[in-house]
Design a protein around this ligand. Sequence first.
Ligand code: FES
Length: 103
Amino acid sequence: MSEYRITLESGESFMAKQGELLLDAALRQGVTINHSCRNGTCRTCLFEIKEGSVTQEGEEICMISQQERENGRRLLCMSTANSDAVLGKLQRRKRASEGSAVE
Ligand code: FES
């Protein structure tokens, strides 16, 4: 079974087995990834693929648009790696009612 190195822009990295959900792989190895629902609906684990190939499952239930997918964005709780990859965390945009950015 293949295993892939997943590197975060923060410098942390973890190994993901072929077919293993990336969020599960990160948490199994003590790498903190913000998450909540674990079923593709809350968008807390949204990342951008900077390098490599990552497939997201559950297109019909995930709260991510076709345009976001085309722009290389993936929800890690529903995604598996096809190669080594580099991931960048997306910054949440501030709402006018919020005093400061979160994440
Ligand atoms: S944890 Fe909610 S979308 Fe991934």
